[in-house]
Design a protein around this ligand. Structure first.
Ligand code: ASN
Length: 522
């Protein structure tokens, strides 16, 4: 995804209207046709000599070389009619996406010349309509027409052509005033200054100064060789409601259901609603789930929400559960098009249950765990590395899942392929609630685990990790066990001057004892 090095890169510039080409008609600015001819007359936009030598057609222009041995050749496609962007709607934006789709194979990248008034909406809509982009799509426009002596049209358009011509940034972007933004993150903030747009919650993907700086870590990766998909069925009947202090509940349609948009701009939220509600064949739950997901980089999810998707709320989780019920003889629930024999369904079920149960236990997804148990699945089955759902629940620090599994009678002290027990995993994760539950059910550290503990205890004492030491103590470890050099955790803590740890270990010695409490009963 670095700089594209082909000697010639071909772009399609779709001119939809906007101020950039506007001319005055009876004192009023209206979108002006013939942009290609204007660009042809400006040496910064066209190298006539090179074009003639290559025999380029009339509507195709070529930039002077920005770097040696590479040319950006671009064809201007002028829309009929041209728009002031405040007159544009989803219908026109879907048409732009379809134009890109029609020419997708012929060009290396796309520039959409658009009015600024609704460019943030257009960029947001296009980001959802165009799925699996492998090529750069950049919207740009201007505050002052290209015909004016002092204008921003030239640098904005030239910058957009250079970015799309030289780099593969497989997203819908917006270029303005030397900055390349993710399209669904921008909002228009000024109608008079040249810096008309800002991206309040995401830094620019690239900045053009004396050098071009690209923030590659922000740029979305193309999905393998996936085909471009154009979602043209967008719902038009969507609206924006601004919340304000004291807004009446009836106006907020309380009870209609709310899905958090996190840091999405209102432009992106509106476009996403239109995309998700217009997507055919989805249930209301599917739509809610799509709305809550980051689909095109339009919002930043809190890390916890990203890491713990609920299997029960996902189409995958439900589909799998439905599939699993097939082997229970409930053929009436067979999904349309599924033609599995009972033996095949049984084989799939046996293969899937351990991994599904482990994933559900680790995420604390009691609903899926319960559903799997109710199907008669064995919840002590081991997954690929010998770990059981109890291991997963202990590693994930999920007391609810641990309780459910113990109540279903699973073995409390199973060992995985590396000899690790759920209790040891809970200790390593400092999951005190889980440790308590496992100890109460009779789980014990093995002799080997107890022997190995000495060195780990000294390491924790050296780092003043009181919680770590408490976890080992709670799990039944002898905190006076020596480390590899014969010193105890207490000696190490004293030497390091970790007073809190010293006090804790001395109290154990004097009172409760350095030896941990024995297992109680559940
Ligand atoms: N009214 C114009 C438009 O959005 C404003 C502009 O392009 N600067 O088409």
């Amino acid at each position: 995804m670095a700089r594209a090095l082909e000697p010639q890169r071909r772009l399609l510039a779709v001119y939809t209207g906007g101020t950039i080409g506007m001319r005055s008609e009876q004192g009023v600015l209206v979108p002006g046709s013939g942009l290609a001819a204007v660009l042809r007359s400006l040496p910064m936009f066209h190298d006539e000599e090179y074009a003639r030598a290559c025999g380029l057609p009339e509507d195709t222009l070529v930039l002077p070389p920005a770097i040696p041995d590479q040319r950006v050749i671009y064809t201007v496609l002028e829309c009929q009619p041209l728009f002031d962007s405040s007159d544009m709607t989803i219908t026109e934006w879907v048409q732009i996406a379809q134009t890109i789709e029609r020419h997708y194979g012929q060009y290396d990248g796309f520039v959409v010349i658009h009015g600024t008034d609704t460019m943030a909406f257009a960029a947001s809509v296009l980001s959802f309509v165009l799925e699996n982009l492998q090529k750069t799509v950049i919207l740009t426009g201007a505050q002052v027409p290209i015909h004016a002596l002092w204008n921003d049209s030239r640098e904005n358009l030239l910058g957009a052509l250079l970015m799309a011509g030289q780099y593969v940034i497989p997203e819908v972007c917006l270029f303005f005033q030397n900055q390349l933004f993710r399209g669904n993150r921008v909002t228009k903030v000024d109608s008079r200054r040249f810096a008309a747009f800002c991206s309040p919650h995401l830094p620019p993907l690239a900045v053009m100064g004396t050098d071009v700086t690209i923030n590659w870590e922000l740029v979305r990766k193309a999905r393998g060789k996936a085909q471009l998909v154009v979602h043209s069925s967008m719902e038009r009947d969507v609206g924006l409601l601004r919340l304000y202090p004291g807004i009446p509940a009836a106006l907020a349609m309380a009870g209609a259901g709310i899905v958090s948009g996190f840091d999405m701009t209102s432009e992106a939220a509106l476009a996403k609603l239109s995309y998700v509600l217009g997507h055919p064949g989805l249930t209301p739950d599917d739509r809610k789930e799509l709305l809550a997901r980051d689909l095109r980089g339009e919002m930043t999810l809190p890390t916890g929400a990203e890491r713990r998707p609920s299997l029960s709320s996902s189409a995958l989780g439900r589909g799998l559960t439905q599939l699993l019920t097939l082997s229970q003889g409930q053929t009436s629930q067979r999904p349309q098009g599924a033609a599995l024999s009972t033996q095949e369904a049984d084989a799939i079920r046996e293969a899937l249950v351990p991994s599904l149960a482990c994933a559900a236990a680790h995420a604390g997804d009691l609903e899926v765990l319960q559903a799997l148990g109710d199907l008669g699945s064995d919840l002590s089955l081991e997954s690929f590395n010998g770990q059981t759902p109890l291991h997963a629940a202990a590693r994930g620090g999920q007391p609810g899942a641990v309780t459910m599994l113990l109540r279903r009678g699973v073995d409390v002290d199973p060992r995985d392929e590396d000899g690790l027990s759920p209790l040891l995993l809970a200790v390593k994760g400092r999951h005190r609630g889980v440790i308590e539950l496992l100890r109460a059910a009779g789980a014990c550290l093995s002799l080997q685990e107890l022997e190995d503990a000495g060195t780990e205890l000294c390491r924790l004492a050296a780092r003043a990790d009181l919680e770590g030491l408490q976890s080992w103590w709670q799990a039944g470890a002898d905190l006076s066990s020596p480390g590899y050099d014969g010193r105890s955790a207490l000696l190490v803590a004293e030497a390091a001057g970790n007073l809190e740890v010293v006090t804790f270990l001395q109290n154990l010695k004097g009172g409760a004892g350095v030896q941990a409490p024995g297992p109680a009963t559940l």
